[in-house]
Design a protein around this ligand. Structure first.
Ligand code: C2O
Ligand code: CU
Ligand code: CU
Length: 537
């Protein structure tokens, strides 16, 4: 992106602001609001300086890798609030429900940048909306109270048109929240509570991250050929013969994982994006799309020291990669094209994610609780405006993905995107039906076919939602290979919508007015404008 483009965009941004400033909270007439002063009445329990900067880290043997990194300094609060990890990722934050947090975010990158607390329920001005992006040398002060329950969330860059590139180069980290209800469960903690942040990357021959995206790569989303866990390759984790809690987060730009154990051990999920489940749920495998989190319980009791258990991404179809293999005349052309799109794994190959090496025998292990947390299931009866369903229609135009037939415009929202404060809304995420029937560019084949057969992880900022129902309209054969991997019983902020699938969700919009984005979390799609705002008032 050239500087000229930047300036022009900023200019447009300023202009748009003046028109809207009166209507929106947190905006000042004629200029971007830089929230650059701490509020003296806000008594922070935890205060952190967070600096986005350029640095070099050791990832592969040999030359160090240039990355963007969140560097954190704890200014106030318990030492456990901030934990630096090796590699390029930002520090892991550990907060308690009810704590007041101040984060002084400094941008020392050459480009604009802003940080979003993915999964946290915070006011608009603290949410890292891309309109708040700050320039090199500027500071943005975030102050918010932790309202979320215990769970695994994350933070990452949210700079318009640069989110993909900035997250790819390192701007992400995990946020762990705990609360009293969780504490009583005595789940595995300390060294038995492991963050597993999964990302895929491509490295050049001299160990640098490569992120050269052609148009087709952007359409498909970036797929890399190296899998990193917590910022490191060939992850192997020494464990003892007892139970562990794994906080698995997909921090990849576009790759969807089908997580399973290599020996067929059942997956036991205890949490989703929004926190713990009401009770543990067993599955053969679990699908994890970009931005989704899943917490697993895994008990290594009874395994022999010296043996290992591998967390893998298993094979599945139902995405464009399936089409590559099976679609007659398209087949060869598409394969060649996909091949040219950059040498990542397809999403239908077995990939080792992390090896758990059993290295020490220990006497006893905590037992998996039968019940976890109390959870109220929302139903149709909870919808505040019974006749209303808010659409989130996935569509495409001019080789770009859209939502509800529009692309992202910084402060723009339409009628269907206006939401009264303190309501509970039903939303329907679907694929634009007029796109499904074919017609354009040779029906379902070709580029259009490929694009319509992509899964999209749809994320809504603000409070977590629940899943009401899913429908698979045109029963694509590949769906069979993923359908048992969805956990619809917990709170979510991101949901994978498969090709031909329609998902109804129910979501509260409490406490905070203003603009809250919703978007596809394939970062290349978000950056091409597959994002819109809800305006809560
Ligand atoms: Cu994790 Cu708006 O994003
Ligand atoms: Cu978010
Ligand atoms: Cu998408």
């Amino acid at each position: 992106m050239s500087n000229i483009n930047y300036r022009r965009r900023q200019f447009l941004q300023y202009t748009a602001f003046s028109a809207l400033a009166a209507a929106l909270p947190g905006l000042v007439l004629g200029e971007r609001v830089l929230n650059n002063k701490p509020n003296s009445t806000f008594e922070a329990d935890v205060e952190i300086d967070l600096i986005a900067r350029l640095t070099e880290v050791a990832i592969l043997p040999g030359k160090h890798t240039r990355v963007f990194q969140y560097h954190g300094n704890l200014i106030k609060g318990p030492q456990t609030a901030l934990k630096t990890i090796p590699g390029y990722l930002g520090p892991i934050f550990s907060f308690q429900k009810g704590q007041k947090i101040r984060i002084n975010f400094y941008n020392q990158l050459p480009d604009l940048c802003i940080t979003h607390w993915h999964g946290l329920h915070v006011p608009q001005i603290m949410d890292g909306h891309p309109m708040y992006a700050i320039s090199h040398g500027e500071r943005y002060v975030y102050e918010f109270e932790i309202k979320n329950p215990a769970g695994t969330n994350w933070y990452h860059s949210h700079t318009h048109e640069l989110t993909g590139a900035q997250v790819y180069q390192g701007l992400a980290g995990m946020i762990i929240i705990s609360d009293d209800i969780e504490q009583k469960l005595e789940l595995p903690s300390g060294e038995y509570d492991l963050p597993i942040i999964i990302q895929d990357r491509n490295f050049t021959h001299d160990n640098q991250l490569s992120f050269n995206l052609h148009r087709h790569d952007r359409m498909r989303g970036f797929l890399g050929n190296s899998i990193l866990v917590n910022g490191q390759v060939n992850s192997s984790i020494p464990v003892k013969t007892r139970a562990y809690r794994l906080r698995i987060m997909n921090g990849s730009n576009a790759r969807v994982y089908k997580l399973g154990w290599n020996d067929g051990t059942v997956i036991t999920a205890i949490g989703t994006d929004g926190g713990l489940l009401a009770k543990p749920q067993n599955l053969p495998y679990v699908m994890l799309a970009p931005a989704e989190r899943v917490e697993l319980w895994i008990d290594f009791s009874g395994r022999k020291p010296g043996s290992e258990l591998i967390l893998q991404s298993l094979t599945y179809q139902g995405t464009h990669s399936a089409m590559e293999r099976g679609n007659g005349s398209m087949r060869h052309g598409m394969s060649r094209m996909m091949g040219a799109m950059g040498g990542g794994f397809g999403q239908d190959e077995v990939i080792d994610i992390a090896k758990f090496q059993i290295h020490e025998q220990v006497g006893d292990s905590p037992k998996l609780p039968v019940e976890l947390i109390p959870m109220r299931r929302l139903t149709e009866r909870d919808v505040s405006q019974p006749g209303r369903t808010i659409p989130i229609a996935i569509g495409m135009q001019h080789m770009s993905f859209q939502l509800n037939d529009r692309t992202f415009v910084m402060q723009d929202y339409g009628e269907s995107e206006k939401i009264p404060l303190n309501t509970i809304q039903r939303m329907k995420i679907s694929h634009d039906s007029h796109m499904m029937g074919g017609g354009m560019h040779g029906g379902r084949g070709g580029m259009m076919g490929m694009m319509m057969s992509m899964p999209h992880p749809i994320h809504v900022h603000g409070q977590q939602f629940q899943v009401l129902s899913r429908r698979q309209s045109n029963s694509k054969k590949g769906y069979e290979s993923v359908k048992d991997g969805f956990i619809d019983s917990g709170w979510k902020d991101t949901i994978l919508v498969m090709p031909g699938e329609e998902v109804d969700i129910i979501k509260p919009f409490n406490d905070y007015t203003g603009l809250f984005p919703y978007h596809c979390h394939i970062l290349e799609h978000e950056d091409m404008g597959m994002m819109r705002n809800f305006y809560v008032s």
